[in-house]
Every structure is written in structure tokens, then in C-alpha cells.
Write a new protein. Structure first.
Length: 240
């Protein structure tokens, strides 16, 4: 990582010994980069999981709060003026955020597995990439596994009663199915393709999770105060 050391080794590379030393130095630097990236991702993912799995972790954070699917907005705008329906919609929004909070801890072991697999080649690419390159790497490696882990837990949460024996998933499915029936198979107005609240919630929960991981990565890259260990400062410091 130290440019001066590279320069000295390059100047002396007219002997096999100096070249071997340069290769060893490059290996060492690569290993340090990987260790630093792993530490940064471990910190970022742990912070994201802890914060989002807490009560109101999603619900009271406007950056990641999960709203009802946008494609059903025509229904909400028509029904939101009816007090009982408005209350039901509010309860449903709370339920989907609680479901995301219930599922958030499922991410921890999946993140750990992906972080341990980072190679030196991965590390160099990530270090020289965008300010969320590590987060993108993690998302590419884990999204499908996270979706499979989150969805069953979210389905269970959304099946809980929210009012008069009706769950959030049931109320949303009934709402969409009724709306689609009234459209006469899309003749009067466009049908809504999906009546699954759990799939929407799962996707939005993961979007929020990776946003928070990315925010932590940016802080470590940009703000020395967030490089809380010597290794993080060594890897992400401006002099390296």
C-alpha cells in the first residue's frame, strides 16, 4: 500500500531477489486491502442489520420506509378519504415495515459468507471502484439468497392479523383482486399485475438494506472519523 516501498522495489528490480521482494510486497498489499475491505463490509453490514432489525428501523426511517406498491396508487387515492379504509391502509403500511424489521436479521450470516469469499482481485477492483463498489459486490453476491431468506419470514409476518381477523396480505390481495375484477379484464382501466404484498415488501426491504450498507461504505471512504481501526485508515486513507 505504501507507494514509497513500491518505488524502492521497482528501482531495485534488476535482480531476481528484488523482483521476488516486489511480488511479495504486492501480495502483502493485496492481502491488506482484502482485510480492510472485509472489515469495512463487516462494519457496514452489521450496522445496517442492527439498525433495521430494531423496532421502527424501517418504519421511522424515511430513507428506507416501505410504502404500498406504487402501481396500486389509483386505488389508494380513491379509498384514502374513507376513514375505515384509510385506517386499514395505514395499518398495512405499518405491517409491511414490521415484516421487514422481523426479517432483517436473516441477512447477517449470508453477508458473512459473502465477505469471507472476497479475493485479492476482487479487493483491488472494489478499492478503485465507485464509493459503493463494495456494496455493489455484496449485492451481486447475495441478493437471491437474501430474497429466499427474507420472503418466508415476511410472509409469516404479513399473515398476522392487523384488524378484524384480516391480515395485511389478505387485505391487499382482496383489494387488488376486486379492483381487477371491476376493470373487466383491463377493459375499463389497466389491471394491476401482482396482488402479492410479500414479494413487494421483500424487494423493498432488501433495497433499504443495501442503501444502508452503501451509506456506511461512503462514510468509511470519505470521512476519516468513520475509519475506526488502523486497518481501515491504512486501506482507505488518502495517502494510500
Amino acid at each position: 500500500m505504501k507507494k514509497a516501498l513500491f518505488g524502492m522495489a521497482l528501482l531495485g528490480c534488476f535482480t531476481f531477489t528484488a523482483c521476488d521482494e516486489l511480488l511479495n510486497l504486492e501480495d502483502f498489499e493485496g492481502e491488506r486491502i482484502v482485510l480492510g475491505l472485509k472489515e469495512a463490509l463487516a462494519h457496514g453490514t452489521d450496522t445496517a442489520v442492527v439498525n433495521l432489525s430494531a423496532s421502527d428501523g424501517y418504519f421511522k426511517d424515511q430513507a428506507v420506509k416501505i410504502l404500498l406498491p406504487a402501481e396500486a396508487q389509483p386505488i389508494y387515492s380513491k379509498l384514502n378519504s374513507i376513514p375505515l379504509i384509510s385506517d386499514l391502509l395505514d395499518e398495512t403500511i405499518l405491517a409491511i415495515n414490521r415484516a421487514a424489521e422481523d426479517a432483517a436479521n436473516e441477512a447477517k450470516p449470508i453477508f458473512i459468507d459473502a465477505i469471507t469469499e472476497i479475493t485479492i482481485e476482487d479487493g483491488l477492483s472494489i478499492l478503485n471502484g465507485t464509493d459503493t463498489a463494495a456494496t455493489k459486490y455484496l449485492k451481486d453476491k447475495t441478493y437471491s439468497r437474501l430474497f429466499d431468506a427474507f420472503k418466508p419470514k415476511i410472509e409469516t409476518s404479513l399473515s398476522k392479523e392487523i384488524v378484524l381477523g384480516v391480515s395485511a396480505e389478505q387485505s391487499y390481495a382482496t383489494l387488488i383482486d376486486t379492483y381487477n375484477t371491476a376493470s373487466f379484464n383491463g377493459f375499463l382501466f389497466d389491471e394491476i399485475e401482482s396482488n402479492s404484498l410479500s414479494e413487494h415488501t421483500t424487494n423493498r426491504a432488501l433495497t433499504g438494506m443495501f442503501k444502508k450498507v452503501g451509506d456506511e461504505e461512503k462514510l468509511i471512504r470519505e470521512d476519516p472519523a468513520h475509519r475506526v481501526t488502523e486497518l481501515l485508515e491504512e486501506v482507505f486513507g488518502s495517502g494510500n
